[in-house]
Design a protein around this ligand. Structure first.
Ligand SMILES: [Zn+2]
Length: 91
């Protein structure tokens, strides 16, 4: 099963969607050595996941914009949701 994760980058309001096994996602741990906690706000962003695997990129965008980002960062606003260029999740 493909497990999808999204990294929400608050300053640029961009969410990158990865498969969990992507080396940049590492199931919500990212690429920073020693980071073990997922789903915590760290610095400028936060990992969300695992996402429902049957979501399309458009549905993921809607979920990020309407549910996840407001829940984490508060407020509303447009987010740019894109597939990771490395693993290509969400395409
Ligand atoms: Zn990726």
């Amino acid at each position: 099963m493909l497990e999808l994760w999204a990294y929400l980058n608050r300053p640029i309001r961009q969410a990158l969607v990865h498969v969990g096994q992507c080396s940049y996602a590492n199931r919500g741990r990212g690429i920073q050595p020693g980071s073990t906690d997922s789903k915590e706000l760290r610095g400028n962003g936060m990992w969300i996941g695992p996402l429902p695997e049957n979501l399309s990129l458009i549905e993921t965008s809607t979920a990020v914009q309407d549910v996840f980002a407001p829940a984490v960062f508060g407020g509303a606003g447009k987010w740019n949701v894109r597939p990771c260029g490395h693993c290509g999740a969400g395409r």
